[in-house]
Ligand binder design. Structure first.
Ligand SMILES: C[S@@+](CC[C@H](N)C(=O)[O-])C[C@H]1O[C@@H](n2cnc3c(N)ncnc32)[C@H](O)[C@@H]1O
Length: 261
């Protein structure tokens, strides 16, 4: 999609994000799992933290939370949330994570990339760059946790799949989701078209998806190995039918360090 950049999604969704997506995943279970991985007072880096749906409750749980996002509109929402001032906010591209402040403080115990946010990086090179930089920013014993959808059947064929679906039909508002999935480039290009009596709002999005196996391969290429995979934040078993995965990666050289001598 021409003109679509790192901040486009956040800038175009910030005003409706909390209304539309507040309950989209299990916030309580996410917080408990991340807190367990980070340890008391641990340092957490959330990639694409958006309006703070997870970052703010994580900080409320006593963790030191750093929230990176490319959209200043999203980060403004985060700061305005009750408790938002307890989060350290960084305006940055998660494919670069170049802000010098991120490299201070001895590294992060957990890097969190929740709710398909890794797929917001619209090409494989950006996803690889993100994984490589995260690995550099992890503390000794630190892990990366990725929550993402498992691509549905049909997304691995060679025929494009286009769809128009109603997302919301209300008295004074209709939201249509218009999308085209290209299995060759593994890209879904979409628009949420919000139609009211006052006009039409275009809310564009692009996702570059990967299967769990493709993600493992990409992570391995950047020195991260899969430690565990579940179908949710409560340790649900991951099966071939799972639609979502929560996958934990650790630096591959940590295995050598931990191995008995
Ligand atoms: C689907 S939202 C998820 C927000 C939050 N993690 C949550 O679970 O509610 C994706 C977020 O990633 C941000 N984002 C997209 N591309 C980005 C990039 N290249 N660098 C940093 N943030 C990005 C968007 O601005 C948006 O806030």
């Amino acid at each position: 999609m021409d003109g679509y950049g790192p901040s486009t999604y956040g800038d175009r969704f910030a005003d409706v994000y909390d209304d539309w997506y507040e309950d989209v995943s299990d916030v309580g279970a996410t917080v408990e799992r991340v807190a367990a991985l980070a340890g008391p007072g641990g340092r957490v880096l959330e990639l694409g933290a958006g309006s703070g749906r997870l970052a703010v409750p994580l900080a409320g749980r006593g963790l030191e939370v750093w929230a990176v996002d490319a959209s200043s509109a999203m980060l403004d929402r985060l700061r305005a949330r009750p408790g938002g001032d307890g989060v350290r906010v960084v305006l940055d591209d998660m494919a670069r994570l170049a802000d010098p402040a991120l490299a201070e403080g001895g590294g992060f115990g957990v890097a969190l990339c929740a709710f398909n946010t890794l797929f917001n990086l619209t090409d494989p090179g950006a996803q690889r760059a993100c994984l490589a930089r995260v690995r550099e920013l992890l503390a000794l014993g630190g892990v990366l946790v990725v929550e993402a959808f498992v691509p549905p059947p049909g997304s691995e064929g060679d025929a494009a799949v286009a769809a128009v679906e109603p997302r919301h039909i209300g008295l004074d508002e209709v939201v249509l989701t218009i999308s085209r999935l290209d299995p060759v480039t593994r890209t879904i290009t979409g628009q949420h078209l919000q139609i009211t009596e006052h006009g039409v709002r275009l809310r564009p999005w692009v996702l570059h998806y990967a299967t769990p196996e493709q993600l493992d391969e990409m992570a391995a290429g950047e020195g991260l190995r899969l430690v565990e995979r579940h179908a949710g934040w409560r340790g649900e078993p991951f099966t071939p039918e799972s639609e979502v995965h929560v996958s934990t990666y650790a630096p591959a050289d940590a295995a050598d360090r931990d191995a008995p001598r």
